[in-house]
Design a protein around this ligand. Structure first.
Ligand code: GGG
Length: 336
């Protein structure tokens, strides 16, 4: 029996989570779903965005499924990652048929550092002598330990998943100390993997934003710091048909949380319009993590069939189906 903490969160998080649980319940696997609150609505009700009880439930679980957080994202998902030391954020960029993918055969992985960088939440106002806010600052922290750990993770991931190259992304020409350190450590780790046949290269983040459009097929595994990883993975989503399709995994030493890359999308929330695929594929990543490879494969194939057929898909994919109708169609296609 797997204990799964389930945090639907805000907006479309609730709908895509319901659609995902519909799939998981159809598998021949014993799950104990432990529901927990977090997000904007939770804050409105209880004045806390991430209750201690939720953290307790997540820490007790074998894995966590997360829907979306709205305005409280920093207090909820960013904090959960830090609280549980989920240092590696895996965001695959993969073309699926039947989507608005700009390329039909993209398949690369973005490995984003998840615990420090620009997202440590150390912001301050600059005030004049009368106390008027005249500006604001944000501190960005890059440490040797976290950089080594994420680069090591990316190279090990490449080796174990038959990937050939890892690209380190930074802005070391301007952020000389922070990204200078990240780049240095990237090449220290790369050196160890040279004999394993894993190539390495590095680019500035601005150039990478262009290369993702002009030659995305040249990427295999990307490793980068927190904010750059967040931004580049949305660009990656744009390459393969949008945020409704991109799953993610947040991995720690002995804990993991899985979430769609999209946010709470309040403009379409509650209308059954949200594409459930990003959340369902996040559950596929969870099944792989739990070593339920056969089930993971079966759900992945079912998603592929429904996308290819294009009959029962949501509006973002050119269809007219609701979130739950698409989930039902995927469920019907699962074969063991
Ligand atoms: N860009 C899509 C989106 O809104 N994602 C939710 C979000 O901002 N999460 C915070 C994060 O991934 O760091």
């Amino acid at each position: 029996m797997y204990k799964i903490a389930v945090i639907p969160g805000d907006g479309i998080g609730k709908e895509v989570m319901e659609a995902t649980l519909n799939i998981l319940k159809a598998l021949n696997i014993d799950f104990d779903f432990m529901f927990a609150d977090a997000g904007d609505e939770c804050k409105e009700k209880t004045s806390v965005a991430l209750p201690d009880k939720t953290i307790e439930i997540v820490k007790k679980a074998d894995a966590c499924l997360f829907g979306a957080a709205g305005e409280t994202a920093a207090d909820v998902i960013v904090r959960l990652r830090q609280e549980m030391d989920l240092f590696a954020n895996l965001r695959p960029v993969k073309s699926y048929p039947g989507t608005n993918s700009l390329f039909d055969d993209l398949d690369f992985m973005i490995v984003r550092e998840n615990t420090e960088g620009m997202y440590i939440g150390d912001e301050d106002y600059i005030k004049d002598e009368l106390g008027n806010v005249t500006g604001a600052t944000a501190k960005r922290v890059i440490t040797r330990d976290a950089s080594e750990r994420i680069c090591e993770y990316a190279f090990k991931y490449a080796k174990e998943n038959n990937r050939k190259k890892v690209t380190g992304i930074h802005k070391a020409n301007v952020l000389k100390k922070t990204d200078g350190l990240f780049k240095k450590i990237f090449y220290e780790v790369a050196e160890k993997y040279k004999t394993e046949g894993i190539e390495s290269e590095d680019f500035y983040v601005d150039a990478t934003a262009m290369y993702l459009l002009t030659r995305p097929k040249s990427f295999d595994v990307i490793v980068t710091t927190n904010l750059f990883g967040d931004i580049l993975s949305d660009e990656g989503a744009g390459l393969v048909g949008g945020l409704g399709l991109i799953p993610s995994a947040n991995i720690g030493e002995d804990r993991a949380l899985f979430e769609p890359v999209h946010g709470s999308a309040p403009d379409i929330a509650g209308k059954g319009l949200a594409n459930p695929v990003a959340c369902i594929l996040s559950a596929v990543m969870m099944l792989e993590y739990l070593d339920e490879k056969e089930a993971a494969n079966a759900v992945d194939k079912a998603v592929l069939k429904v996308l290819s057929e294009k009959k029962t898909v949501t509006g973002d994919l050119g269809g007219k189906s609701t979130t739950m109708e698409m989930s039902e169609a995927i469920k019907e296609k699962i074969e063991f």
